[in-house]
Design a protein around this ligand. Structure first.
Ligand code: MTE
Length: 329
């Protein structure tokens, strides 16, 4: 049985983002900036609203930031304001609205372990701080394009996914990696929406994971990544629609079967496995030809593979005849 569920992020940006939202967002940004004071007053050490500086300083890996920027990955576009990137989010575990940043402060990001299992030489459970400290962190500025036709340009800090794959030592039979987000009913109110196939999962081929652009992100704007953006460890695949970039990862499973992701299970015709950005392949319900930039609110043309074709087009050579437009949805 297939149930059609309407989600906020299926709306085109013009419909989803009105003036009232932008006004509310500015108010939220102010509230978040006041967070450390509120948290200290409540004596909860960041348990209520503790983002920004106080939370960043409390992070056990705070000393690693800012990491050196890798000049190979910079873009012409202006950077999105930090206040926009951290207050306009999709993180359905905290609700389907964009303004989940306040609620997301409840995410318990420590202790945090990452499980590596499936078709690997040896299954492992890694403590996230040891993992982060053992990896070569660098900052990269990437374009990021949501399937809803909004986009941002932000400095992510992280390490190549290829390094984690190397650490995992996959068996030769492994072809894909399935990733899973934490599902904690105590802190994630969105999980009460029982029609969603929790936990949030995503999948990539091993070739995609080991492409040089695939980044496991631990930081944003020179600080540890805040909860609403997927602390303490998320993926960024800048040539794919944003839903592939799974947040707050707790598990990597190496497998020989193509994983079916959260959104693919719900609405496979609209949100598929490949989801590569292509301005010429419309979403079934809206055009992908242009995108609206957060902060400037300018509308600009969308680029094939979000402008990263020179790095990734090779990955899809020969797959066109098999998948056609499905490579871009
Ligand atoms: N990961 C999880 N676990 N849950 C989500 O709801 N939303 C996705 C992706 N990763 C999502 C997720 C979508 S639709 C987008 S566009 C990006 O996260 C948004 O990332 P941002 O909030 O850091 O901009």
């Amino acid at each position: 049985m297939h149930i059609k569920i309407k989600r906020g992020w299926e709306l085109p940006e013009s419909a989803a983002t009105d003036e009232a939202f932008f006004r509310n967002r500015r108010r939220l940004a102010k509230t978040l900036a006041a967070g450390p004071l509120i948290a200290a007053g409540a004596g909860l050490g960041g348990g209520l609203l503790g983002p920004g500086r106080a939370r960043a300083a409390a992070d056990p890996t705070a000393d690693l930031y800012p990491a050196a920027r890798n000049a190979r990955y910079t873009v012409e576009r202006e950077l999105t304001d930090e206040s926009d990137a951290t207050s306009y989010n999709n993180f359905y575990e905290f609700g389907s609205e964009k303004t989940i940043a306040g609620k997301a402060q409840a995410l318990r990001t420590r202790p945090w372990t990452v499980q590596i299992d499936g078709l690997v030489e040896k299954e492992q459970t890694l403590d996230v701080d040891s993992l982060i400290r053992s990896m070569p962190l660098e900052e990269r500025v990437y374009r990021f394009r949501c399937v809803e036709a909004w986009a941002m340009t932000v400095p992510w800090t992280g390490f190549p996914f290829a390094e984690l794959v190397r650490r995992a030592a996959p068996l030769s039979a492994a072809k894909y990696i399935r990733m899973e987000t934490l599902a904690d009913e105590a802190t994630m109110p969105g999980l009460r929406a029982s029609w969603y196939p929790w936990p949030y999962t995503e999948g990539v081929t091993i070739e995609e994971a080991t492409n040089e652009l695939s980044l496991l992100v631990t930081g944003l704007y020179g600080k540890p990544v805040p909860p609403q953006n997927g602390a303490p460890l998320r993926l960024i695949l800048p040539w794919k629609y944003g839903f592939k970039s799974i947040k707050s990862i707790v598990r990597f499973t190496f497998t020989d079967e193509r994983p079916v992701s959260f959104w693919e299970e719900l609405q496979g015709q609209e949100y598929g496995f490949w989801a590569n950005v292509n301005p010429e392949v419309s979403h079934p319900r809206w055009s992908q030809a242009t995108e609206r930039l957060l902060t400037s609110r300018e509308t600009v043309p969308t680029l094939l593979y979000n402008g990263y074709g020179e790095y990734v087009a090779e990955l899809y050579k020969g797959l066109e005849s098999e998948y056609g437009d499905r490579l871009f949805r």
